[in-house]
Ligand binder design. Sequence first.
Ligand SMILES: Cc1cc2nc3c(=O)[nH]c(=O)nc-3n(C[C@H](O)[C@H](O)[C@H](O)COP(=O)(O)OP(=O)(O)OC[C@H]3O[C@@H](n4cnc5c(N)ncnc54)[C@H](O)[C@@H]3O)c2cc1C
Length: 408
Amino acid sequence: MSRPTSDAEVVVVGGGPVGLATAALLGRLGHEVILAERRHAPTGLDESRAITWMPEGLLFADHMGITGALRADALVRTAHEFRTSPDGPAILDLRLDRLRHRHPYSLNLAQHHSEVALERAVHETPGVTVLRGFTAGGIDQDESGVTVEGVAADGQPTTLRARFGVAADGAGSTKRGAARRLGIDQDFRDYGTFSAVADVELTADPDRADRSWVALDPRRPIGAFAFGPRRWRLIYRVNEGDDRADVVSPAFVEEILRQAYPHATVTRHLWASTFRLGQGQAMHYGSGRWVLVGDAAHAMGPSAGAGMMVGLLGAWRLESAICRHGIPDWGNAVREYEAAQRQASLRVQRGNAMIFRNIAMRNGALASLRSAALTAAGRVPAVADRMARKETLAGLAPAEAPAPARTD
Ligand SMILES: Cc1cc2nc3c(=O)[nH]c(=O)nc-3n(C[C@H](O)[C@H](O)[C@H](O)COP(=O)(O)OP(=O)(O)OC[C@H]3O[C@@H](n4cnc5c(N)ncnc54)[C@H](O)[C@@H]3O)c2cc1C
């Protein structure tokens, strides 16, 4: 026998960054929202995951009123370099600080801080209830509303009911989560290789923290990003023949660090993992009274580092569409959201595909040609600026501010 909870206007399944943002935005429109999240607490401080808020994502942070909170925990990054080797000169210097943008920089911080800031925004919004420790199982709908069957934090089987549902349960949604239960499949592109992410804490910053770099060495591309005091992220390709467990071992990570910064010393290994280079698109972002947001709709893959940004801008797009149509006209709002968000996420995925192919490149002759092309591009300021705009997702935020909320 399942314990029912009170009805809400909207139930959100998944309280990662995009689910939290969606719940807060819909709550601000005056809707009663229940958010069900399996984890008892935000992503841990050391499991850094998404570390970059791009300029365009910071427009969303302004919209949410959390930019100050993010800034309090963030490092400001003003440039990203491409090199041919870790100790070589920049062949292309993408200057964020030269962008004509309200935020000509990125803020780099652990995903933990982003989720805490978003959850605070949720708690400040009347009408939004957060159920942490709630694992959703069955997802259903009929002509009057949606239901989510799950197990609450106290171990009790519980049914959540609402008029509409938002699936924000991440990249696994189409494989084993809400999207799958709604019968939504995804088109997944695989780029044929794995990459690794390793976050370390060092005795001292080994370099300028306001710059990141990627060395496009065909033998093994490596990159370094600062995201907190003495906290650095290393990214590198997993080569054929490498053992996937071995490449994230402390000894291997320290060998990569030596190639990046020969004199750096690790005080703590924070987190490391390998990822298949790939990205997906759900066949539909909507099904009846349900809509998919974030990685559930368009799984981005970590190596390109834009999934959280694109998902948050999508939550903003959904809010705008619901504003324009009113929640009773859910079907049209979701269609409008899907048309714009699919276009935006595909634009980013086309850019990611180029990054993935570059990471996968092993042919020395082709890599030399690529370096020559990047060097030439770097010498033409207009081209370098255009590349910086693309890299920082400039122009990806919804075109217009939402109309005043309609709560009918
Ligand atoms: C190493 C790494 C680096 C990255 N770097 C960046 C970056 O720099 N910039 C960037 O923009 N993006 C980056 N990303 C991608 C980013 O982390 C994701 O795109 C983002 O977290 C997606 O947010 P989401 O809310 O859609 O999904 P998720 O963050 O996956 O959240 C889904 C939530 O749903 C919950 N859930 C799942 N199933 C259930 C269930 N049955 N019941 C209840 N709850 C459930 C999960 O517990 C989770 O909290 C990175 C990712 C990784 C792994």
